[in-house]
Design a binder for this molecule. Structure first.
Ligand SMILES: [Zn+2]
Length: 136
């Protein structure tokens, strides 16, 4: 059994094929990540052709440790920080457990919020017949 330690906000912890993702960690390198993703574009067509360099400057001006996620969305024009739960559909999760592999043709990882993880754990625990029969 792997003992799971919830890290400080902004850190990633990897347990085999499960990664805890904190929303704040997704913004730590947002300016660099955005610039890298749009390195071959001069402007952002989804944002009235605002120059990519202008968006990168706006992102670099933000304090990524404390800024509101809406400031990042406003700078980019689309939401790069949203974490959705694949079970309950909740948006804007602060933390999700990402289980599985990177998206591929027929499969992709699943993001699960902490309340759903708790429910899954309780469900699994209650349906563990071996344990209820005293075999574990
Ligand atoms: Zn959920």
């Amino acid at each position: 059994m792997v003992e799971q330690v919830i890290p400080d906000a902004g850190k990633l912890v990897e347990l085999d094929r499960v990664v805890l993702i904190h929303r704040r960690a997704t913004v730590a390198d947002i300016a660099e990540r955005f610039a890298r993703n749009y390195a071959h574009y001069k402007t952002a067509p989804w944002k009235n052709d605002e120059p990519i360099a202008s968006i990168v400057q706006k992102l670099k001006a933000l304090d990524v440790a404390t800024c509101d996620y809406s400031e990042i969305k406003e700078a980019i024009g689309t939401d790069w920080t949203n974490l959705d739960c694949d079970i309950c559909g909740k948006s804007d999760c602060e933390t999700v457990a990402r289980i599985g592999d990177e998206p591929d043709y027929e499969a992709r990882w699943q993001d699960i919020c902490l309340p759903c993880l708790t429910k899954l754990g309780a469900w699994a625990e209650s349906s563990d017949t071996a344990k209820s029969e005293g075999e574990v």
